[in-house]
Design a protein. Structure first.
Length: 224
């Protein structure tokens, strides 16, 4: 599902002063369809940069990234936008939910933006909220939710358009241990039920170990 070939991401300019920083330095990686993979390492190791280039949120300096045989690194902005809409769901540490909307409205939003049938949106959002244990919170607003509940709502929203790939950047970073375990359990269930390919960045070894496979990065490279 995902193939990374000699991926390099350089920030700044290379020169005698050594100001350039290799966020990614020759990364090679393959992730199979339906796999749940965690990426961990110390702060600044390049794990979030890798996730961003996988999702087309940032561009490589050199190398290639292929998602479902689509060469992401060759796409223009319109192509990247279309790819993200059709194939990728994103989950971030800070939820990125809209506080003026209810839980249900937040989950339904991607479908409205894509002009999916209202009936389909209603059915999908209802099933997703039930699957993440938030059916009883559908009409609540964000200030009425716990951190774990907000992350589960963000997960439901990311899955509304049924993307084959889910990218999660520190999804448990703001959660306590119990809520973290609940979110990771949902990831595994979703992967097993829908065959979703999940790539999760985390600084927690305990959380990372819950995935099918753990990749460790250091200094912009995959080291294990």
């Amino acid at each position: 599902m995902i193939r990374v070939e000699d991926a390099t991401k350089l920030y700044g300019r290379a020169g005698a002063d050594g100001a350039a920083v290799h966020a990614l330095n020759g990364v090679n990686l393959e992730i199979k369809a339906g796999e749940f993979v965690s990426i961990m390492g110390p702060s600044g190791c390049g794990k979030s940069t890798l996730l961003h280039v996988l999702g087309g949120l940032d561009r490589l300096s050199s190398g290639g990234i292929f998602l479902d045989d689509v060469a992401i690194h060759t796409l223009d902005e319109n192509g990247l936008t279309d790819l993200r809409r059709r194939k990728i769901g994103f989950i971030f540490q800070f939820f990125n939910l809209l506080p003026t909307l209810t839980v249900e409205e937040n989950v339904r939003l991607p479908g409205l933006l894509q002009m999916v049938s209202g009936v389909d949106i209603d059915e999908r959002s209802a099933k997703l909220l039930e699957s993440v244990g938030l059916a009883h919170r559908a009409r609540h607003r964000l200030h009425q939710l716990s951190g774990g509940e907000m992350q589960r709502a963000a997960l439901a929203r990311a899955l509304l358009l049924r993307p084959p790939v889910l990218l999660a950047d520190e999804p448990t970073g703001n959660l306590d241990s119990e809520a973290s375990a609940g979110v990771v359990k949902l990831f595994r269930q979703i992967g097993e039920t829908h065959g979703t390919t999940i790539v999760m960045v985390t600084h927690s070894r305990e959380v990372a170990a819950s995935a099918h496979r753990m990749i460790t990065m250091r200094d912009g490279r995959v080291v294990a």
